[in-house]
Design a protein around this ligand. Structure first.
Ligand code: C5P
Length: 223
């Protein structure tokens, strides 16, 4: 892609995991490293976009020129997203916890003598990407999908159900890539297009994906 393909566009990206508090010292979370979202932020910035990165807790440094907003919970991530008024492109790359504890204990939960199990009651978290895709005007919305089977079918179904413009299906069949890895392999779907990106660095996957997004969101003639 030519540099400046996203000149003048505001790209908003969620990245990393969320943490959902159980009590003051414990939480529910997942293994998301945030690397794919940070790579997308770097690539979008390099393509000339103004980039806002809404990030869960990760061990990564902020890409230069990118505005980073740190959040902890899914609710915080939704609020930070809702506070952004002028997005042209939204990429939901965060591994948002699907559920959170129904309530947070105000004190550290104590082990109960004689009790061998504990019931934790969970409630569903808001779907941030689905919220953005319901807005009007609607930004160009990009989602991720991790599927272990019938990848095409489930990815396209998710794209339709969540009203997305593009979906990136992680190839989770290869256990050497994904999660904390610096590499990934994905299949990207939009409209009637499908592009498989072989195993390569997350940074080069990100550059390709940003190129596809630029093609779809700018009025330049398409190839
Ligand atoms: O439905 P599923 O969780 O598989 O969808 C994944 C996509 O939706 C990802 O792009 C993820 O960032 C986004 N998502 C979200 N908020 C949620 C759950 C998922 O933005 N609560």
């Amino acid at each position: 892609e030519s540099p400046g393909a996203l000149q003048g566009k505001h790209v908003v990206i969620t990245a990393g995991p969320t943490r959902e508090a159980i009590d003051p010292v414990r939480y529910l979370s997942n293994y998301s490293s945030g690397k794919m979202g940070y790579a997308l932020a770097t690539a979008a910035q390099a393509a000339g976009a103004r980039v806002t990165l809404i990030s869960g807790p990760v061990q990564l440094s902020t890409p230069s020129g990118v505005q980073r907003i740190d959040v902890i919970t899914a609710d915080d991530m939704l609020k930070a997203t809702q506070a952004v008024t002028d997005m042209d492109v939204f990429i939901g790359c965060a591994a948002v916890a699907d559920f959170r504890p129904a309530s947070m204990a105000s004190q550290k939960m104590k082990k109960q003598h004689g009790e061998d199990s504990l019931q934790l009651s969970l409630v569903k978290n808001p779907d941030i990407l689905a919220w953005v895709a319901k807005q009007s005007p609607k930004p160009f919305c990009v989602g991720f999908a991790a599927e272990t089977q019938n990848l095409d079918h489930y990815a396209k179904d998710k794209m339709q159900r969540k009203n997305l413009d593009m979906i990136i299906a992680n190839d989770v069949s290869n256990t050497n890539i994904g999660f904390n890895s610096d590499h990934n392999a994905v299949t990207v779907f939009w409209q009637n297009n499908k592009k498989h990106l072989e195993a390569q660095s997350k940074q080069s996957i990100a550059t390709e994906v940003i190129g596809f997004i630029a093609q779809q969101t700018t009025s330049q003639p398409e190839e």
